[in-house]
Write a protein that binds this ligand. Structure first.
Ligand SMILES: Nc1nc2c(ncn2[C@@H]2O[C@H](COP(=O)(O)OP(=O)(O)OP(=O)(O)O)[C@@H](O)[C@H]2O)c(=O)[nH]1
Length: 233
């Protein structure tokens, strides 16, 4: 392949010149109340906001430097309970990388991780963006580690699961630590970026379905007030 072709491929996911942001879509999956919104909002705003409207489903847009790249994150914070299988599939198809979150205080949410991993792999291998060659990057996130007293899932169990599934594992507290939250995003971004470099053609934009267009979007550049608007009175 000529260097010109390589340059073209590299630019596939960048809008405009090669110095323009790389666009990466992250989907946050996990059972209800494990802290998906807290993780997303913590990453973007560096703040922990205690309570959110559990029914809200949002795509957050956030631009930042990561690993030397300007990255335009689109982060889909899914609602914990998705009854519409078609919509669930659309959301998973939409993502480049996935954070699968459970709470160390909730064993059911831990048991759900395996099913969600399987779902992501299954949907992407059955006609996902990567054409079935490589599974999409998934990172397992064990949240709420600050609630040691209420812990039901040990760190060793989380590590064991991640070893079994051959996926990166981060035990974090979105409440206590922005750095830990950032590390989980950094991990999934690094893996997405590696796939992007190795097989850029697999990341060509698909048409966004009507179903996905209905999900409200919030741009972090519109200020922290936008996040506050999400909170119940
Ligand atoms: N102690 C503690 N509480 C947390 C942490 N992360 C989230 N929470 C709390 O857990 C509850 C659920 O958090 P959410 O972020 O709404 O959880 P979710 O997974 O988005 O929930 P759904 O929208 O219902 O799917 C809230 O009361 C949060 O304040 C954490 O790291 N530590």
């Amino acid at each position: 392949m000529s260097s010109a072709q390589r340059g073209l491929q590299r630019g596939l996911r960048r809008t405009g010149s090669s110095s323009s942001p790389r666009s990466v879509r992250i989907v946050i999956l996990g059972q209800a109340a494990v802290g998906k919104t807290a993780v997303a909002v913590r990453f973007i705003t560096k703040r922990f906001i205690g309570e959110y409207d559990p029914t809200l489903e949002t795509i957050y847009r956030h631009e930042m430097m990561m690993g030397g790249d300007v990255v335009n994150f689109e982060i889909l914070d899914t609602a914990g309970q998705e009854e519409n299988a078609l919509l669930m599939e659309e959301k998973i198809r939409w993502g480049d990388g996935f954070l699968i979150v459970y709470s160390v205080t909730d064993r059911c949410s831990f048991d759900e991780v395996m099913r969600l991993c399987f779902l992501v792999n299954h949907i992407h291998s059955a006609g996902g963006r990567r054409g079935g060659t490589e599974p999409p990057p998934v990172v397992i996130v064990a949240n709420k580690k600050d609630l040691e007293f209420d812990r039901m899932v040990s760190r060793e169990e989380g590590e064991g699961l991640s070893r079994g599934l051959k996926l990166p594992f981060h035990e974090i507290s979105a409440r206590d630590s922005w750095e830990e939250t950032l590390a989980a995003f950094h991990s999934v971004y690094t893996n997405v970026a590696q796939q992007l470099e190795a097989a850029p053609a697999c990341f060509r934009r698909r048409t966004v379905s009507r179903l996905m267009e209905k999900i409200p979007r919030i741009h972090s550049g519109s200020g922290f007030g936008s996040f506050r608007d999400l909170l119940p009175d």
